[in-house]
Design a protein around this ligand. Structure first.
Ligand code: HBI
Ligand code: FE
Length: 307
């Protein structure tokens, strides 16, 4: 998506380059809750209200339940201290503020210690649906409710531990796909139908509809090695979503020794996001129309390329 120069989103965190080298080695900053302007709280309110209207019947039960128990509402950007107090009681997680994207090792080190680094800033009113870096709405509205769930809480910590290791082994892209197709863009089969648990979907107005209702994308039963071979799009809706039978599947995933998988999958051919294999368990075969038409509404909060 091309934008006039003056409308280009400001870069934050690691994406902003060395000009904002962090004062602390772990890249945390004060949230500075008192310093949010009325306009910034207003952007939160707009995003919160439209997303809250959309999610009943779309977000999975764990998401809805997590949201209900947290001190989050439309009126203001949440205070990370209040969120952390409740999270800590339920699953031992905390929310810490960071300027934006942080280096991979820093990100994993936080997760491995059950600290979720959340962007301190909020997107501007002119870029409600377009985001290059995770902001407070994506990170808090999208991720934090699921961290109230014990299974997700353990899975994300395991991703932090595994990420440190994968980075050392030079295989981070393989592991990052697991995170992408679960924590960020995962769907789950509930008794009453297909539901969203991925934060990239849950925090996106347009993708919350596209991921569940649009005939275009593939919806494929989650299979670990298959997912580890599959590239993903960071600049547009996903072409394929992977569907868990149950969130409890993440618990098994967190216990798998990935080392032998990395060796095997390193050999197998990479798959493109829209590709379908004969052995895939298809819940819905997508028409592919959206991506074939070359439209690009770019509505997913983006994560770093190469992730
Ligand atoms: N930093 N703040 C932030 N949020 C992320 O989701 C994030 C990051 N740095 C690195 C990263 N994600 C990815 O590269 C890893 O998940 C692979
Ligand atoms: Fe995210």
């Amino acid at each position: 998506m091309q934008m006039p120069a003056q409308d280009k989103p400001r870069k934050h965190g690691a994406a902003a380059g060395t000009a904002v080298a962090p004062a602390r080695a772990d890249w945390t900053i004060a949230q500075g809750w008192d310093r949010y302007s009325a306009a910034e709280h207003g952007v939160w309110k707009t995003l919160f209200e439209r997303q809250t209207r959309l999610l009943p019947g779309r977000a999975c039960d764990a998401f809805v339940e997590g949201m209900r128990q947290l001190p989050i509402d439309a009126s203001q950007i949440p205070d990370f201290r209040a969120l952390s107090e409740v999270l800590m009681q339920h699953t031992g997680w905390q929310v810490v503020a960071v300027p934006g994207l942080v280096p991979d090792e820093v990100f994993f080190e936080h997760l491995a210690n059950r600290r979720f680094p959340a962007g301190q800033f909020i997107r501007g009113a002119h870029e409600l649906d377009y985001l290059e870096e995770p902001d407070v709405f994506h990170d808090v509205f999208g991720h934090v409710p699921m961290l109230m769930n014990p299974v997700m809480a353990d899975f994300v910590q395991a991703y932090g531990v595994g990420g440190l290791r994968a980075k050392q082994l030079g295989v981070l892209p393989l592991l990052a796909r697991v995170y992408w197709y679960t924590v960020e863009f995962g769907l789950v089969q509930q008794r009453d139908g297909l539901r969203i648990y991925g934060s990239g979907i849950a925090s996106s107005y347009t993708e919350s509809v596209f991921a569940l209702d649009d005939p275009s994308p593939n919806r494929i039963g989650f299979a670990l090695e298959r997912v580890m071979r599959t590239n993903y799009r960071i600049d547009d809706f996903q072409e394929s979503y992977f569907v868990l039978d149950d969130l409890a599947q993440l618990l098994e995933l967190a216990q798998i020794d990935f080392a032998p998988l990395y060796a095997r999958i390193g050999q197998a051919p990479e798959l493109q996001p829209g590709e379908v294999l004969p052995q895939d368990h298809m819940l819905q075969r997508g028409s592919g129309d959206y991506h074939h038409a070359g439209r690009s509404s770019a509505c997913s909060p983006l994560h770093p390329p190469g992730a």
